[in-house]
Design a protein around this ligand. Structure first.
Ligand code: PLP
Ligand code: COI
Length: 341
């Protein structure tokens, strides 16, 4: 199979249309068999629930070419489970978790020519999503849905690759206590769009959202969880019911303990203690682990000792181990790396 003629090493995190996508529709109370299709467009009635009341959720995972030339993906069962949680909370029908994993494999296989080669620095981003498709005008859930998986080859999420980021403390809240912060609902991202443009215009890479109830605790950014390293080398990550349970973060906590012999703990983290940490990073499927060099709290700068030129030593070890597992250079825990081809 011949790969697409793409300058893999210079890809950014942007959509380009691959050849195939997976589509399944829900009607009369059941999902159809689903199929791999070529059409990248969706034609819907103007009053479809997705357009009026934003009934949508999504997932994100990646396929990698490993050192031995296999194509694999990382913990797709956890994406299937998280999407099921999102669906339940948004009154959408769950796409069965085993079928989700099978569909991911099917769509990646169909798009093998788009899977970036080993060592190119690029990966195939996989975006499963679900939308309410029939028309509703009163506020109520749709009766018909589409589950679709698109794929697109991507490079680093943040421009500059591993250059440390500058984050500002946000004045806007992302998710209410007991709200939708812990699911991957499109509406959580809609609210972040104005704030991310505003951050960029003011020279910041991302927003640090605080807990809305007290505005004293660190939650997450618009698209990734935080990870901190203490001065004595322990890993700590924020615990909150209103952040997305990142699969990358949960994996890194396990990697820290089992592969690197570090202490790692999920706990509430006060904004006031951020100045005491040695290293900070953003973690997620798209972000992998992107180092943070500086947090700006309303003009007051918190500069991590790891600096603004490279990753701190612990974050670097976590990055190397996690990507080593994903790319097949290091053996991962049972079930983490799922072979597609
Ligand atoms: N937090 C938010 C708001 C996200 O959008 C993402 C991306 O999926 C993450 C965290 C990281 O989650 P994961 O590691 O499962 O990709
Ligand atoms: C991911 O990391 O998969 C995300 O969904 C983050 C962002 C692209 C929304």
């Amino acid at each position: 199979m011949e790969k697409k003629d793409i300058d893999w090493g210079n890809l950014t995190f942007a959509y380009q249309k691959a050849d195939y996508r997976f589509v399944s529709n829900y009607k009369n109370g059941k999902w159809d068999d689903g199929a791999i299709v070529e059409d990248s467009n969706i034609v819907l009635n103007e009053c479809a629930c997705i357009f009026q009341y934003c009934q949508a959720c999504f997932e994100g995972l990646k396929a990698y070419t490993t050192e031995d030339g296999s194509i694999v993906c990382f913990r797709p069962d956890l994406n299937a489970k998280r999407m099921a949680d999102s669906c339940r909370k948004l009154q959408m029908p769950v796409f069965p978790e085993d079928r989700f994993v099978e569909a991911v494999k099917q769509v990646v296989k169909a798009n093998e020519a788009w899977v970036p080669p080993y060592g190119s620095g690029a990966t195939l981003y996989i975006r499963p999503f679900m939308i309410g498709t029939n028309s509703v005008i009163g506020v109520k859930p749709a009766d018909e849905y589409q589950f679709r998986i698109l794929v697109t080859p991507v490079g680093p999420y943040f421009k500059g690759g591993v250059k440390p980021l500058t984050i500002r403390v946000s004045d806007v809240d992302r998710a209410a206590p007991r709200g939708t912060g812990n699911i991957k609902a499109g509406l959580n991202y809609a609210m972040s769009l104005h704030n991310i443009i505003d951050a960029h215009e003011k020279g910041f890479d991302e927003n640090m959202y605080l807990d809305p109830a007290t505005r004293t605790k660190v939650e997450e950014t618009g698209g990734a969880n935080f990870l901190f390293v203490t001065k004595d080398g322990s890993v700590v990550t924020p615990k909150s019911d209103s952040i997305l349970p990142s699969i990358t973060r949960r994996s890194l906590v396990q990697v820290a303990k089992e592969y690197l012999g570090l202490k790692a703990e999920e706990r509430e983290i006060l904004l006031s203690e951020v100045k005491d940490f040695a290293e900070c990073g953003l973690c997620g499927t798209a972000a992998v682990i992107s180092p943070v060099g500086k947090v700006n709290d309303h003009g007051k700068e918190i500069c991590f000792p790891s600096g603004m030129t490279s990753m701190g030593p612990v974050i670097k070890k976590l990055y190397d181990t996690l990507t080593g597992i994903q790319m097949g250079r290091i053996k991962g825990p049972e079930g983490w790396v799922v072979k597609i081809k």
